[in-house]
Design a protein around this ligand. Structure first.
Ligand SMILES: [Cu+2]
Length: 405
């Protein structure tokens, strides 16, 4: 007997990535030989080859468990189930969890998955760190790669699409997701990590990772670090001048607890755009210190990943995943691109005032694992990132310290 397991309802190996949010999966019998009844009991379990661990459940609610028995008809009809990463036990390497299907003592199917979530960049393994910088460097490709589109999405001209209004958080969530999917198309084991700018993060500011600034702000890398070839706007290298000791956190930033205490309605929480977000940017001189050049520094994406994580934590704390709940957003009449039903530039391809004159990069990258937010996301499509309000809204990422709601 043989079964086929599909993760994220796909037979495609690139779809074999899970996070804390449940992945819809299915199983069917492809070869019924040896079956003694029209319905076979198949038992799912997993074997950990590394740090990753998963759980199973049969229905859209209820607890996950380490094993699951399913009644599967020999006709070949698919039976649904769900897999999720076990919170606190993400993978460090691709395919480090093997899911097995047994009928009695016989192994009838098996495949490998990764519990892939966004982690604190300060705590990555050397392997995770090296794969991330390699993917970033390849996306940049010494200035000739697709990274140029991401740089061009975030400039002084395009700034009103993304800043100073309620769409700040939804826009940057889509922006990070688009970049992360491009990194994953280079190396699917990579997830964008975050820089917890309210905590010391000495391991980020090393020559092996995001570099060490010299006295004039030129970022220095080790001989093995491919970020040494980084190039943007036709100019080699990164200029970044920390105004703080990189052994500690920058002073004067709201802590995570203070940020989450800004208020339970979005208009209050959104003031994080100034502090800690803006304060984290201006804790440096150089590219990352101003909107027009910030995206020339790859560290920018780790800074923003933490801003997005703070939003995710706030959403969880106050149940603000549903854009239809008033306090989840600021429903006033906002500029174009900052209202829930508005499509977001540049993915909508719209050019000409009040949108910017160009729309770099085309549609938002598709994922092998999830269908949302679609190629031309609206502001409202950024909210329900775990699909906890509506499963089809799941965006396919999670944070190591933000459980599924
Ligand atoms: Cu920005």
């Amino acid at each position: 007997m043989n079964v086929e397991l599909q993760i994220n309802n796909s037979a495609n190996p690139p779809a074999r990535f899970v996070s804390w949010a449940p992945s819809p999966c299915r199983i069917r019998i492809t070869n019924p030989s040896g079956a003694t009844s029209p319905i076979v009991t198949v038992r799912l379990s997993f074997v950990a080859a590394g740090t990753g661990a998963v759980g199973f459940r049969k229905t859209t609610s209820g607890l996950f468990s380490a094993t699951l028995s399913l009644s599967v008809p020999i006709t070949g009809v698919s039976v649904p189930f769900f897999v999720a990463g076990r919170f606190g036990q993400p993978s460090t390497n691709n395919s480090d969890v093997r899911i097995d299907a047994h009928v009695g003592a016989a192994l009838v199917g098996s495949l490998k998955v990764m519990v892939r979530v966004r982690k604190n960049a300060n705590n990555l393994t050397a392997g995770e760190r090296d794969r991330l910088v390699a993917a970033f460097a390849q996306l940049n490709n010494q200035g000739a790669g697709r990274f140029a589109d991401f740089r061009d999405m975030h400039t002084n001209v395009t700034s009103p699409q993304a800043h100073g209004a309620p769409g700040f958080l939804p826009w940057h969530r889509a922006y990070l997701l688009d970049l992360e999917r491009e990194l994953q198309s280079i190396d699917p084991s990579v997830a964008l990590p975050y820089w917890r700018f309210d905590q010391p993060s000495p391991n980020i500011f090393t020559r092996e990772f995001f570099g060490v600034s010299d006295s004039i702000g030129t970022v220095q890398f080790s001989a093995a670090n491919p970020l040494q070839f980084w190039r943007t706007d036709g100019v080699p290298g990164i200029n970044r001048r920390p105004f703080f000791s990189t052994a500690v956190a920058p002073p004067g930033l709201r802590t995570e607890a203070q940020t989450l205490a800004l208020g339970n309605a979005y208009p209050a929480f959104r003031t994080l755009e100034g502090n800690p977000h803006g304060s984290a940017h201006t804790s440096f001189g150089g590219f990352i210190s101003s909107i027009g050049t910030a995206a020339r520094d790859p560290l920018f994406f780790l800074l923003h990943c933490n801003v997005d994580r703070l939003w995710a934590k706030w959403q969880r704390q106050f149940s603000r995943f549903d854009p239809a709940v008033a306090a989840s957003f600021d429903g006033a009449a906002n500029p174009i691109g900052h209202n829930l039903p508005n499509t977001m530039w540049p993915w909508n391809g719209i050019t000409g005032a009040p949108r910017p004159p160009t729309a770099p990069g085309g549609a938002l990258a598709a994922s092998p694992c999830v269908s949302a937010p679609g190629p031309q996301p609206r502001v409202r499509d950024s909210f329900d990132y775990q699909g906890s309000v509506n499963a089809v809204s799941r965006l396919g990422f999670d944070y190591d310290d933000v459980p599924f709601s």
